[in-house]
Design a protein around this ligand. Structure first.
Ligand SMILES: Cc1ncc(COP(=O)(O)O)c(C=O)c1O
Length: 409
């Protein structure tokens, strides 16, 4: 209980300790609060094409146990001080055995997302003022992670419209360029595999081989790959790899996974001088609640779906082919697509938007009327979408919707 010895009530505000002028508003109208009590998502009956959502949907069996784990630090009841060593729920086995085998990498930690894994690597491996090389198709959070550490970012170009294919050989050129300008080699290279705009897969192994010739370690950002398709860090020759639980591993967020090679263990998993069992880079513990449980509980389902990746690529190719039968519609990115996330240029919808009474919001409205969401409101010239885990019937429903809307032309 707060002791309000030095406080008084004033118009709904309780003023405590006038000397430091600390005002705490404790009274809110029921109307103000009701909006927080009545939040519903209302999307169950829609097909959601948003690429960031499709891989994060929990299987029904996992949704059934979620309520048991929603309270605060739900996984911490059996913790003896190190989150990655909790035996019940079986986090230790998951982190020490299952995930390393799944990714073919030596060591794994949980993070609060792919970006937090990326930040952890940048922050441990580099010092402010160092340079890193990243591909032009990198996610914005890679730039922000670099900015937070104080790094110079040098980009490897893509070949531009319409493929936006990363020019792998440029990694060598950029490395030499940095060495010539600054006198030292970059500390790290990052490869996005695949990127979140076009679903392009650069040749990550080739990039790693180039970088390793200069003894530069490589971080593979596989946020859109791990949990969707088979991934082997060893085959890609990655020193570090990150994945995203909420994006691609059928998990609630925020959660990510970070895999590292043994030789980097002492750098990335360094312990606090004061709290001897706590890893500094993860502030002692990684994610510590519901998301850990959903990531683990969904894993058997993830394992199964990864085996069916080929099928997802075939569905995506079918979808692209049919979409391109709509006049002017064109898939951008490398062809044929190798991912469920695809980017379309759609001049026909832009033309309609110029005359439609709802303007550029017409496409979002027309799709919603037909039970489809996930294309950003206001986009008509181009957009990205994902067909991941949609049934053939659902894919055909989406195609029919686009075809019908195009006929409004
Ligand atoms: C390629 C790529 N990397 C990283 C991220 C960030 O993932 P997270 O939310 O797990 O940090 C995204 C998110 O869209 C992405 O598309």
């Amino acid at each position: 209980m707060l002791a309000f010895s030095n406080s008084y009530k004033n118009n709904g505000a309780i003023v405590i300790n006038r000397k430091i002028n600390l005002i705490i508003m404790l009274e809110f109208s029921a109307q103000e609060l009701s909006k927080f009590m009545e939040m519903h998502r209302n999307i169950a009956e829609y097909i959601n094409l948003n690429p960031i959502q499709r891989g994060g949907i929990l299987p029904d069996s996992v949704k059934e146990i979620v309520l048991e784990w929603v309270d605060g630090y739900s996984i911490c009841d059996h913790c003896e001080g190190v989150l990655s060593e909790i035996k019940d729920p079986p986090i230790e086995t998951f982190i020490a055995e299952i995930l390393p085998k799944f990714l073919e990498i030596d060591e794994v930690r949980l993070t609060n997302g792919a970006r937090e894994g990326i930040f952890a690597i940048l922050h441990s491996v580099c010092k402010p003022g160092n340079s890193i090389i990243i591909d032009k198709n990198s996610h914005y959070s890679v730039f922000l992670a670099a900015e937070r550490v104080g790094l110079n970012v040098i980009e490897v170009e893509n070949n531009g419209y319409p493929e936006y294919k990363i020019l792998e050989d440029q990694y060598a050129e950029k490395i030499e360029e940095i060495k010539n300008k600054s006198g030292s080699y970059p500390e790290l290279a990052v490869v996005t595999y695949p990127d979140g705009n076009y679903g392009n897969f650069p040749d990550a192994k080739k990039i790693a081989e180039i970088c390793h010739e200069y003894e530069i370690p490589v971080l593979v950002n596989a946020a859109y790959a791990i949990g969707r398709m088979p991934i082997s860090a060893r085959k890609l020759k990655a020193d570090f790899i990150v994945g995203s639980g909420h994006k691609s591993m059928a998990s609630t967020g925020p959660i990510g996974i970070l895999g590292i090679n043994d030789e980097w263990k002492d750098v990335i998993f360094r312990k606090s001088w004061r709290y001897k069992n706590k890893e500094v880079e993860f502030l002692g513990c990684g994610p510590r609640g519901l998301a850990v449980v959903t990531l683990m509980a969904s894993f058997p389902h993830v394992l199964e779906r990864v085996k069916k990746w080929k099928n997802e690529v075939e569905k995506a190719r079918y979808f692209v082919k049919e979409m391109e039968n709509i006049p002017t519609v064109k898939q951008l990115g490398v062809k044929p697509t190798s991912h469920d996330l695809n980017f379309f240029e759609t001049p026909i919808f832009y033309e309609i938007s110029k005359k439609h009474k709802r303007g550029r919001f017409f496409l979002y409205r027309e799709l919603k009327k037909r039970g489809i969401i996930g294309i950003k409101p206001g986009l008509t010239k181009n957009f990205k979408l994902s067909t991941y885990l949609l049934t053939k019937d659902e894919i055909n429903r989406v195609l029919e919707a686009f075809q019908e809307i195009a006929s409004l032309h």
